[in-house]
Structure formats: structure tokens, C-alpha cells
Design a binder for this molecule. Structure first.
Ligand SMILES: Nc1ncnc2c1ncn2[C@@H]1O[C@H](COP(=O)(O)OP(=O)(O)OP(=O)(O)O)[C@@H](O)[C@H]1O
Length: 718
């Protein structure tokens, strides 16, 4: 966790009637001095404060939307892609320019605000981060009269109950249950949601603002990021809250009455709760912070005093008649600067992916160990789970050791030691059971037949089932893997379940014969004198002789791989070059459009047309190169598989050759070179949208949709 203070930027609304007698702004020093003369009507004793001086992180005076975004948005939005949460919110009196700052002026693309610019930056950065895969979802909530409405729901806000619940999740922070999250694959998708949500906002007219937004609106981008080249079980989550608060207002001044007055009361109340939260947070040792007093403060718990990089734009309207509101905004902004958040990158591990990774790691480690054993000239060590046959062999070994036939057991691996102990435990248990049985037998003397069969419940005391393969099973004797079909008893009586003593007799017989076989095999092995052989030297000999063909296939594949990698490098450079050209083209288009007059927004001149065409060509070339890149990567995967296959084959053949030549047990051979990793993904973006086109298209989409809805509504009524 890293401490990060909330940054506060002051933005002034441009005005011809600037309160020059009351306000002195020093952009360089980032200070503002305010002066309100005492009210003479208050009498002789008047303690009214007249002067104030404030210092902030930045002043934006008569700034363009682009300048505002560069200072308020760019860094935070970049952090979102690194996994930090972020918040940008606009605060200020009604009419001071909050909505203009966050959403922007609707008349021209260049007047767009922080929200559309943030979306554009996010999708542009995602396109450039091809080594990561991102999932982007958006939600849009409105807090109106202390109720939460879903602006992206299919149900219009007027038909919603407003009872959406906020939850404080210990892992993911504040989450809003039931709020629609729309998956967005492109800038245009995300902008569609913005315009759709904005068209659902509650707006009303009063004396100070014709289009006053009467609610707090929170547009959230939820991001989920996984690496395409590293472990994909690591998921980085982040969210970006872009908040347009409703403006504080003095109801007398705005002339609010009726519904607008009720709205104003709710707005003022929630903003004063927000102030209480900020005060509580700026007090040292304050234990309780009253987040739950209002929907707004609870919703913004992560943003104010929590895990988020937060920036507040305090909008002021610097005209003489709004001096009191200006002072009030500046005071609140000063308090906000004292709030410090604790930020961290939000990383989670996806459990299913984690299991897959462990499986892969275990497999790789086993291979590593096998390679290590071979190079160290050690015998074949088993790292897999023991098969029933292998367990049985270890059981025999344990018995020979316990009976004194063996002075010591050669230790091969930890796994073998474990299994040995297991078998010793089983032998001990069995012996104890047998001793118990004999004790009972000697006391009760049950009638037994020739084969020692007990009747009925007489065997009850010995039925304790023993764990592990290679032990007696209740109904079928030994579990030693799959039985030979010829070994099936033809006599029906042989199919009857055998009792414990009978089974044990049979087991003893089997053990004796297996022991004898094992002794013979061991004597055989000992009689063969195995010379000291350098495995690596032998392997070289094999590769130059019988294994030559497989070895050359392996080498051919390796050469092929090298060639493909060079091709990928070339294609990557091409793709990057085209990306640069596309970006330049986009910038030129932006410039042309920004220079155009408002009323000409949809008129395209020759120069612009040529640029659009050029852009299309670049995009086409980009796509074609990208497809080739993808195909080359698939080819690389296939070649890698061939290499694996050739290596396995080489080792297997070598083992056979080795055994034939030296008469020793075949051993696992090392894979002489490190496993080649598949190439990392280069660029994955298939297409690049022009900023303005996405913005204009999204706007038109929403307009068309609304027109269609209206027509449908009219038809329905008719
Ligand atoms: N920096 C600016 N440049 C140009 N016009 C601006 C600027 N700031 C605000 N305006 C204009 O002022 C008017 C009021 O702005 P806006 O609606 O953004 O205020 P607000 O703070 O959101 O108000 P409310 O709280 O009532 O919703 C709008 O017509 C807007 O276009």
C-alpha cells in the first residue's frame, strides 16, 4: 500500500464579468486570494472574515478541454491500465461547469470532456499493449433523491425502484449489486453507453442553469487484465470512477420550487455528508468515518480515503454574485487536499488457472529431475505415483529387509522412502492383526476346514480394511493391476468370496514365488558387470550413428524455428511501422477536424477524404501483416511440437540402443537443450478506430436508437 493524496485542481468557468475586485489568481504560484468586503448592515461589531488565501495543486483558468484532460485525466487513466483504481470527480456550485468538464459540450468533438477522452485513451493504450488481454465493462449509475438508478438498464429509470444496493466487498472494495455492466470491445461501444446513459439523466431548468443535472452520476469502467506471455492465472483488476456531482445551490438564488426544490435539498444534504466524511478523514486518529450516511459517500468510499488514485476538479464561477459559493467551494477543496488514500495494484489469482499452472510446473520439474538423474549417471528414479506392481515390489523389499534377507535398502528417492515406510506400516498392522487373530483363535478355537476357512461372523475381527494398493482386498485377493484373462477361475466355487485366512495363504504363496523371482533377477543383474559409462558420451555416439536420422530431423526443425522467428521479427517491425503511420494519419485528421467550424461538422473536404482513404489502406496492410503474424505464430507452435516429438523419440531410441549395447537398464536421457518457448504474441489489435469517428458514430447510434424508440412509442399509442 502506498499513500497518495487526493489531487485538487481548480477550474474557472470563463466569464466576461470576472470578479477582479474579489479574486486574485496566481497561476504560477497556484494560489488564489479572495476578498469579500464586510457587510455594513451587520453593525459596528462585525467579525466577518474578509480575506482568504488558498493554494492548490493546479489552476486551470480559461483552459481548453484538452489542457484540462492532460492535467486531470491522462496520468490517472494510465494508472488504471497498470491495475490501480482511479477516480476523477467534478465538484462545485450549480452552473460552474462540472458537466462541461466531465462530459463536455455537445456541439463539437473538440469540446468533449474527460469521460470521452478517458475512454479514447484507454482503448488506444489497450491496442498498444498487445502482451496483455483486457476485459472492459462499463456501468453508469445515477444517485437521485437518495435512490440509485441504473442508467444502462433496459428498464428506463422512471420505471426502476431505485433500490440498488451498495456493498463493501473485502476483496474488491465497493461494488453495486444489480447494476448493469456492459462488456465493451471498442471505444465506440463504451461511448455508446456514455451517450445512452447521459440521455437518461435527470435534468431540469432553473435560473442559473438551463440544463442543470439534478443528480450525482458515476460512470465506471471496470477493467480486468491478464498477461498473454506470463502466467495467465494472475488477474489484475481495476476500476475508474468518473463522477459528475450535482451542484450545490442556494435555493433562493436558483428560484427552485416544487420538485426542483426537493431535488436541491437532497443534493445539498448529500454534499454536506460528503463534507463530513472529508472532515473526518482529515482528522488524525479519527476512528469512525460516516460513509454510510448517504448513498453518495458510501458509493465513493474507495475514492475518498480508500484504494484509489483520486483527483477532484473544483469548478468555480468567478463572478461577483457567486463569491460566497466560490469561497465555499475553495474551502471544501482545501479540506479535500488533506485526504490521503492508500493505493495498491489489485491482483487476484484465478484458482482454475493456478491449478493448471501447478500441473505444468510439476510436469516440468519431473522432466528436470529425470534430466538431472541421467546426467548424474543415476539409475532411473520414479517420480510418478507408484503403480500397484511397483508398490508390490517395494512391499517385497520391505519384507526382505525386515526378515534380514537384506542388510540395507538402496535409497533412490524420497518417494521411494515414503512408500517403504508405508509398506512397513502395513506389514506391522497385518502382523498385529494376525497376532490378534491367533489370540482369539487360541481362546475360542473355531472350527476351521482344511484351507483355514472361518465360518460366518468369525472373521469379523479381522476385517479391518487396510489402505493402499497392493493390499488384500475383501473380495478379490490382491489388487495388482489388471489380471490376465486366462487367470480367471473356471470353477464357480472359486468365484465365491474368500475369507481372510485363505487370502493370506494365497498371498504368502505369491510372495514366496515373487521373492524368488526377485532374487533370481537380482542375481542376474549382479552377474552382468556394467562398465562405467559416460551417458553423454554414449548419447553423442548414438546421435552420430543409429540416431542420426532423428537427430537431423530435430536439427532441421530447430533451423525452421529460427527462420520463422526471424520472419516474426520482420512482421512485427512492419506492423509497428504501420501503427505509427496510422497514428500520424489520425493526428492529421484530428487537426483538420479541429480547425473546421462547428456548423460544418459533417462536411468532408478533399484533404480529409484523402487522409481517410490513406488510413484505410494502412489499416488494410496492418491487418494483412497481422494475419501473417498470427499464422507464423501457429506455425511456430507446430514446429515446437515437432521438436518435442523428435526429442522424445531420440531419447526413447537411445534408451533401447543403450540397453542393447551395455546390457543395462535403459535410463531417461536429458533433453539437451532448453525447451523453446512459443513466441510471445505481438500485436493483437485488428483494427484501429479514429477517435472522432468513434465519438460521432456512438452519438449517432444513440440518437437513432432514441428516435426509433420514440416512433415505436407513438405507434404503440396509436
Ligand atoms: N469552461 C467552460 N467553457 C465554456 N463553457 C462552459 C465552461 N464551463 C461551463 N460552461 C457552460 O456553462 C453552462 C453550465 O455548465 P454545466 O452545465 O457544466 O454546469 P454544472 O456545474 O454541471 O451545473 P449543474 O450542477 O447545475 O448541473 C453550460 O452551458 C456550459 O456549456
Amino acid at each position: 500500500m502506498v499513500k497518495s493524496s487526493i489531487r485538487v485542481i481548480i477550474r474557472t468557468r470563463p466569464t466576461a464579468n470576472f470578479a477582479s475586485k474579489n479574486l486574485k489568481i496566481d497561476i504560477e504560484k497556484k494560489t488564489i486570494e479572495a476578498f469579500i468586503p464586510k457587510d455594513d448592515n451587520q453593525g459596528l461589531i462585525n467579525n466577518q472574515q474578509e480575506n482568504w488565501k488558498f493554494k492548490f495543486d493546479e489552476f486551470l483558468h480559461n483552459s481548453t478541454q484538452e489542457e484540462v484532460y492532460d492535467i486531470c485525466g491522462r496520468d490517472i487513466i494510465h494508472s488504471i491500465l497498470e491495475g490501480y483504481n482511479g477516480t476523477v470527480f467534478a465538484y462545485g456550485q450549480t452552473g460552474a461547469g462540472k458537466t462541461y468538464t466531465m462530459s463536455g459540450g455537445s456541439q463539437n468533438y473538440k469540446f468533449r470532456g474527460i469521460i470521452p477522452r478517458a475512454i479514447s485513451q484507454i482503448f488506444n493504450e489497450i491496442q498498444n499493449k498487445s502482451e496483455f488481454s483486457y476485459v472492459v465493462k462499463v456501468s453508469f449509475a445515477e444517485i437521485y433523491n437518495e435512490l440509485i438508478y441504473d442508467l444502462l438498464s433496459n428498464t428506463p429509470p422512471s420505471e426502476q425502484t431505485g433500490n440498488i444496493m451498495i456493498q463493501d466487498d473485502p476483496k474488491f472494495g465497493i461494488t453495486v449489486k444489480g447494476l448493469t455492466q456492459v462488456l465493451c470491445g471498442s471505444e465506440e461501444d463504451a461511448l455508446n453507453q456514455v451517450f445512452e446513459g447521459e440521455s437518461n439523466r435527470t435534468i431540469a431548468e432553473h435560473k442559473l442553469n438551463k440544463n442543470s443535472t439534478r443528480s450525482h452520476c458515476i460512470y465506471t469502467l471496470h477493467m480486468e487484465c491478464r498477461s498473454r506471455v506470463e502466467s495467465s492465472e494472475k488477474v489484475v483488476y481495476s476500476k475508474l470512477n468518473l463522477v459528475d456531482l450535482a451542484g450545490s445551490e442556494r435555493t433562493k438564488k436558483t428560484g427552485s420550487e416544487g420538485l426542483t426544490l426537493t431535488e436541491a435539498n437532497f443534493i445539498n444534504k448529500s454534499l454536506s455528508y460528503m463534507e463530513q466524511v472529508v472532515i473526518a478523514l482529515s482528522e488524525k486518529n479519527r476512528e469512525h468515518v460516516p460513509y454510510r450516511q448517504s448513498k453518495l459517500t458510501y458509493y465513493l468510499k474507495d475514492s475518498i480515503g480508500g484504494n484509489s488514485k483520486t483527483l477532484m476538479v473544483a469548478n468555480i464561477w468567478p463572478e461577483p454574485e457567486h463569491m460566497e459559493e466560490t469561497i465555499s467551494t475553495l474551502r471544501f477543496a482545501t479540506r479535500m487536499m488533506r485526504v490521503s488514500n492508500e493505493i495498491t495494484i489489485n491482483v487476484e489469482l484465478d484458482p482454475s488457472q493456478l491449478v493448471d499452472r501447478y500441473k505444468r510446473e510439476i510436469r516440468d520439474l519431473k522432466q528436470e529431475l529425470a534430466m538431472h538423474d541421467t546426467l548424474a549417471n543415476r539409475g532411473r528414479v520414479v517420480y510418478e505415483t507408484y503403480t500397484p506392481e511397483q508398490q508390490y515390489q517395494i512391499q517385497l523389499l520391505a519384507e526382505r529387509y525386515l526378515e534380514g534377507d537384506l542388510d540395507e535398502v538402496e535409497i533412490e528417492s524420497l518417494r521411494q522412502v515414503r512408500e517403504l515406510f508405508n509398506q512397513i506400516k502395513n506389514i506391522y498392522r497385518k502382523t498385529m492383526t494376525r497376532l490378534g487373530a491367533e489370540d482369539i483363535k487360541s481362546r475360542s478355537r473355531p472350527a476351521t476346514n482344511k484351507t483355514g476357512t472361518l465360518k460366518g461372523n468369525e472373521v469379523k475381527g479381522f476385517e479391518e480394511r487396510e489402505e493402499g494398493v497392493g493390499q488384500e482386498e475383501h473380495s478379490g485377493g490382491f489388487g495388482l493391476g489388471k489380471a490376465n484373462p486366462n487367470s480367471r477361475p473356471v470353477d464357480s466355487s472359486a468365484l465365491e468370496p474368500k475369507n481372510q485366512f485363505f487370502q493370506e495363504e494365497e498371498i504368502e504363496e505369491k510372495k514366496i514365488s515373487s521373492r524368488e523371482e526377485a532374487k533370481k533377477a537380482s542375481a542376474n543383474r549382479n552377474s552382468k558387470k556394467i562398465p562405467h559409462i559416460d551417458k553423454n558420451q554414449a548419447f553423442m555416439e548414438f546421435k552420430n550413428g543409429e540416431g542420426k536420422e532423428i537427430d537431423s530431423t530435430l536439427n532441421d526443425n530447430k533451423d525452421d524455428l529460427k527462420e520463422r522467428k526471424n520472419k516474426i521479427k520482420y512482421l512485427t517491425d512492419e506492423v509497428n511501422g504501420l501503427k505509427k503511420l496510422i497514428d500520424e494519419c489520425k493526428d492529421n485528421l484530428d487537426n483538420i477536424r479541429n480547425e473546421r467550424h462547428n456548423d460544418e461538422e459533417d462536411v468532408i473536404d478533399e484533404e480529409e477524404f484523402a487522409l481517410i482513404k490513406k488510413l484505410k489502406d494502412y489499416k488494410k496492410a496492418y491487418r494483412s501483416n497481422y494475419d501473417q503474424l498470427k499464422a507464423s505464430k501457429d506455425e511456430i507452435n507446430a514446429i515446437n511440437q515437432n521438436i518435442e516429438f523428435a526429442r522424445d523419440k531420440l531419447i526413447a531410441e537411445f534408451e533401447i540402443w543403450y540397453e542393447k549395447k551395455f546390457g543395462a537398464q535403459p535410463e531417461m536421457m536429458s533433453r539437451e537443450s532448453a525447451r523453446e518457448r512459443p513466441q510471445t504474441e505481438e500485436k493483437t489489435n485488428e483494427d484501429l478506430d479514429l477517435d472522432a469517428l468513434a465519438y460521432i458514430k456512438a452519438k449517432k447510434n444513440v440518437q437513432t436508437l432514441h428516435k426509433a424508440k420514440k416512433v415505436l412509442g407513438a405507434v404503440g399509442k396509436a
